[in-house]
Write a protein that binds this ligand. Sequence first.
Ligand code: ZN
Ligand code: ZN
Ligand code: FE
Length: 745
Amino acid sequence: MSITGLVQGVGFRPFVLRLAEEIGLKGYVLNNTTGVLIEVEGNNKKLHEFLLRVDRGKPHISKIYSLQHSFLEDIGFKDFKIRESEEQGEKKALILPDISICKECSKEIRDPKDRRFIYLFTNCTDCGPRFSIINALPYDRKNTSMKDFRMCIDCEKEYNLVSDRRFHAQPNACHVCGPWISLYDCEGTFICEKYDALERVINLIQKGHIIAVKGLGGYHLVCDATNEETVSRLRAKKQREEKPMAVMFPDLDTVKAEASVSALEERAINSIEKPVVIVKKNDTTTLAPSVSPDNSTVGVFLPYTPLHQILLRKLKKPVIATSANITDEPIVKDEEDAFARLSKIADHVLAHNRGIIRRCDDSVVRVVAQRQVPIRRSRGYAPLPVTVNFRIQKPVLALGPYMNNTIALGIDDKVFISQHIGDLDTPLATEFFEETVNDFLKLFDVKPELVVSDMHPGYYSTKFGEKHFNDKLVKVQHHFAHILSCMAENDMPLDSEVVGFAFDGTGYGIDKSIWGGEVLIVSYRRFERVFNLRPYRLPGGDKAAKEPFRAGLSLLYESFGNEAIDFKGLSITEREKLFLIDMMRKNINSPVTTSMGRLFEGVSALIGLKQRVSYHAQAAIALEQVALRSHETDSYQFIIEDGIIDYRPLIESIVKDLKSGVPEEAIARRFHNSIVDMIVYISDSLKKERGIRTVALSGGVFQNTILLENAFNKLKQRGFIPLLHQVVPANDGGISLGQIVATQF
Ligand code: ZN
Ligand code: ZN
Ligand code: FE
């Protein structure tokens, strides 16, 4: 297991040494240019204990600003040592992410005798806003959005006193001199401010109002998460009919009252980064059903700013805290924007006058196969780098993909990945993308000598690269980038070869068709496509992602030919079916695909779960949710030969099972089992043929927990080394890392 942390203070390495020896782990700890690196080896149980105790038992005077960990293959250490510091590479001042409020500050704002009692912008050298308020480096107050606030005498004293815990705390502030909140109605008319605004907002939330609340990296839409009427009203207004919304809780106890939380999940919820953690709802949950409809899980997180802490403590109940935006647009960060874009959603706007320089959404993680797996790496993590085990010769800029876009900068042995930018399909999103590219180049003060994009000619990010960097642009195949990102974050040696399962919804293939069910043999230098899902058509092209019945019908047509029309499960008329089949036959707007994501969605439609969806991957999520209710161990068969994974026998069996009344959960589960079996079967055969034991699992389809957990465990049992994502997301949020890696070999 490797832990990288930004740790300041004394006594941290000796503490790690003692802890490792006490638990009986081998490895080392060292300080490097960006913080501290710990590698420990031992059995799973001991590693987990170590991880759980690193935060908890650290010496008082040391501070952890971030702590990322991943489980890696053993190397075979003989003892535990404090190693000499790695002094290679320039000592660069890192740009810190926004850091959640620390214990000391939290204590102050609760203490009626303290001068910062209920001061909503309390921070210190160890906590508070960073990334979201920095205009330029160096990180001095005059270069932040705090420059307009002049420190009062008391604050200035703290700022200048070496022994004070606010020594050089750039955003230092208090009631007298710092920012404050103001409440407006949805038209932008001022109502009240400061303490009055706080009391008023609490009252409004209790009464069932929806408030746009300005936070750290943007606005949240906040309302009572236990009030079904309010939550469904928010849903309707946000045009986010069914997508789960994150819930912020007053504390861990209130989380545990609504959801079951394992030790690792608890660690993630409590971690310094305070991500949204996806956990299983309790049967007795009092959360409104509309929080995460038809879904056994819910995204939970704890307050990470003084404002959120005080709000939640006074409310004493969980609130929805979902990014304030209209579906798929970037999160709102300015007041002007809030009034313009949120007036139809929020009843009131709780603003404050500390500017947000750059927006940063909440991060999302979940625990799968006893690993913390990122779904979205943003606030708390961005812009901290991922360290790679090779040297990046010249600065490289990666423009990322189209969906879940992030960009990245490769410098020396570090890849700085941006905050979540999102899908580049609205003018606001592409504007945010361009802003972020310029922002990163300015902030890190580099001129990229190489720029890398996806191969898809239609992606905004690709076109942007062609327009602005054409002379130094390299294009990298999407699924190659997925597997490279997984190899790089798992520290795979430079001469390694892995079997990569790159399963996702869509990615441009080198044959110009839409790939997505790809088995690749990958080295850092190149990839070879050894298996792929049998190609099928998507009548209506892009519409298929929103309307899974299209993929469903296509799969039927591939399996049964014209008899596909007789199948009763799809919610379209016979005429529509004929029309779509005709389209496919005549090749009218029916691109060929090998997409695994669309296979999941097509099957979801065939079973009768989701014919049309309101958000990305909803049909696949519904399929997983149904499968979770079953303990079925049977599976369906693929025919796997000549590089083709043929799903036709699987589709035939599903139709047969549907006809004979097999329950939907059993079918859904068998389907999941079949994908796992297929992965194991192909891995086995490639091990025999090519002698490769390492198997990388990447692409958005691996956000499916049944699939990831079972594939991981089964591969492990059979002696493979399965690699999964623990640093960047398996979805397209990780592509920018893979793009950087691809340019270096
Ligand atoms: Zn603090
Ligand atoms: Zn002050
Ligand atoms: Fe992808």
